[in-house]
Design a protein around this ligand. Structure first.
Ligand code: ATP
Ligand code: MG
Length: 399
C-alpha cells in the first residue's frame, strides 16, 4: 500500500500551553534530523499535529525511524486527497478493503477545519459509513469499540484519511529539558537510565571511567557502542572517557578496602561534576536502583552525594531488575551490555564492601590522597568522543 504522508500526534505537548511553541519547534527539529536520510521528506506543522510528506519514500522505513523519536504519541500513515466527498469515500473504502481480513467493525471519525466544505462532520461520517456498508458485506459499524477507526480530516483543498494509530514513544522531545551528564558504565542499568532521562527531554552527555590496562580496550569499545546505540533515540552524544587507573591504584594502596567503592564513587561524582560544569550539564544521572547492590543503599548515597551540589538523578530508583532488563531489551542495549567485559568497579572489588559507610571515616581515608590534584589530572586527560546517529562503527569486532 502506498501512502502520501504520515500524521504525527504529540499529545502531552499540546497540554503545556506556555512552552508549547518551544516544544513543537524542538520536536520538528528532532524529526527533521531523524529523517535527514530521506532528503525529499518534508515536515509540515498543522494545528495540534505534524504531517510528514513522504514524496515517494516507503512509509514503513520512515515510520520505523519515527518510532524512535521522543515526544511522538501516535503515528498514522495517511492519504492526502482533494476535498471532494466522492474521493473521500473511495479512499475510505480502500482503507477498509486493505484490512478487511483483520477487521469486522469500523467507525468513521471526521473533522472539518474548513467550514466551506459542504458537509458537516456528522454528515461526512454518515456518507462515508453508508458507502462502505453498501460496498462490503461482512463489516459493521461499531461506535464504541471498532476494530478500525477511519479518520477523515478535511483541511482546505486537501483532506487526510488514515486508520488506526501506531503507538509512538511518548515523552518530551530531547533538548527541551536541558543537558545532563550520564555516568555510563558498560552494564545493563546506566544506558536505560540515560534513555529514561532523555524520554523526559534531557540531552545526553556521557562520562565513562576507564582503568586501562585493568579494563581493556574492548571494555571501552563496549561503552562507545552503547552510547552509539543510544544516539538513535537521543541524537548526538558527547562521550567523555576519563582515565581512572591512577585514582583506583591510589585508593587501593592507601585506603581501607571496605571503603574503596565509596571513595571511588565519590571520585566519579567529583570528576563528573567538573565535566558537567564544563559541558553545560545541570544534573548527573546514574543507573543506580535502591538496594540493588551493596553500594546502592541510602547510607552510601548520602556519603557519595556529599561531594556535589548538582542534583543526581536516578531514574531507575523505582524499578525491579527484571523491569530494567526488559526495557534494556526493548531499546536494544541489552545484548551489548551483557557482553563479558570487565568494569572498573569489578576490578578492585573488595571482599566486604561497606553497605553503610560513614561520612567521617570516608573523609579521614580520603585525607591520605591528593584529591584535588587527582581530579584535576583526570579531567585534563579526559578523551572526548563525539557520536552521532547513523554512524554505527561497523569496523570493530569483539571476536
Ligand atoms: P550498571 O548496570 O549501569 O553498570 P550496576 O548495577 O553495575 O550499574 P554499580 O556498579 O553500582 O551498578 O554502578 C552504579 C552506577 O554508577 C552505574 O549505573 C553508572 O551510572 C555508574 N558507574 C559505574 N561504573 C561506571 C564507570 N566505569 N563509568 C561511568 N559510570 C559508572
Ligand atoms: Mg555496572
Amino acid at each position: 500500500m502506498r501512502y502520501d504522508c504520515i500524521l504525527i500526534r504529540y499529545g502531552e505537548l499540546a497540554l503545556k500551553k506556555k512552552n508549547r511553541e518551544i516544544f513543537i519547534e524542538q520536536l520538528v527539529k528532532n524529526i527533521e534530523e531523524k529523517l535527514a536520510i530521506f532528503p525529499r521528506v518534508s515536515v509540515i506543522r498543522a494545528r495540534g499535529r505534524l504531517f510528514v510528506e513522504l514524496n515517494g519514500y516507503n512509509h514503513e522505513q520512515v515510520i520505523s525511524r519515527l518510532k524512535e523519536v521522543f515526544g511522538i504519541v501516535g503515528i498514522s500513515p495517511a492519504w492526502k486527497v482533494p476535498s471532494e466527498i466522492d474521493r473521500l469515500k473511495e479512499k475510505a473504502l480502500e482503507l477498509v478493503q486493505s484490512q478487511s481480513a483483520q477487521i469486522s467493525t469500523f467507525k468513521v471519525v471526521s473533522k472539518r477545519t474548513d467550514k466551506q466544505f459542504p458537509y458537516r462532520s456528522d454528515q461526512i461520517n454518515r456518507e462515508i459509513g453508508g458507502f462502505i456498508l453498501s460496498q462490503i458485506r461482512n463489516v459493521k459499524v461499531d461506535v464504541h469499540h471498532p476494530d478500525l477507526f477511519i479518520h477523515v480530516e478535511v483541511r482546505g483543498r486537501f483532506s487526510y484519511i488514515y486508520g488506526n494509530d501506531i503507538l509512538g514513544l511518548g515523552g518530551l522531545p530531547v533538548g527541551v529539558s536541558g543537558s545532563v551528564m550520564l555516568l555510563l558504565s558498560g552494564g545493563i542499568d546506566s544506558p536505560v537510565a540515560g534513555y529514561l532521562t532523555s524520554k523526559r527531554g534531557g540531552k545526553l552527555c556521557a562520562v565513562h571511567f576507564h582503568s586501562f590496562p585493568f579494563t581493556s580496550e574492548r571494555a571501552k569499545q563496549k561503552v562507545i557502542d552503547l552510547a552509539q546505540h543510544l544516539t538513535r533515540y537521543v541524537g548526538t552524544i558527547r562521550l567523555l572517557v576519563v582515565p581512572f587507573t591512577e585514582i583506583q591504584t591510589q585508593i587501593n594502596e592507601h585506603c581501607y578496602s571496605s571503603y574503596s567503592i565509596t571513595i571511588m564513587r565519590r571520585f566519579m561524582i567529583r570528576i563528573s561534576e567538573s565535566l558537567a560544569r564544563k559541558h553545560g550539564c545541570l544534573a548527573l544521572v546514574t543507573g543506580e536502583s535502591l538496594g540493588q547492590v551493596a553500594s546502592q543503599t541510602l547510607e552510601s548515597m548520602n556519603v557519595v552525594n556529599a561531594v556535589t551540589t548538582l542534583p543526581i538523578l536516578r531514574p531507575l530508583i523505582g524499578m525491579d531488575k527484571l523491569e530494567i532488563i526488559n526495557l534494556a531489551k526493548e531499546i536494544g542495549t541489552y545484548e551489548t551490555s551483557i557482553l563479558p567485559y570487565e568494569d572498573c568497579c569489578t576490578v578492585f572489588l573488595p571482599k566486604a564492601p561497606k553497605t553503610k559507610p560513614q561520612l567521617h571515616v570516608t573523609e579521614k581515608q580520603e585525607k591520605l590522597l591528593n584529591i584535588e590534584q587527582l581530579v584535576q589530572e583526570a579531567v585534563e586527560k579526559t578523551e572526548i568522543i563525539d557520536l552521532s546517529p547513523d554512524q554505527e562503527n561497523k569496523e570493530f569486532s569483539y571476536f
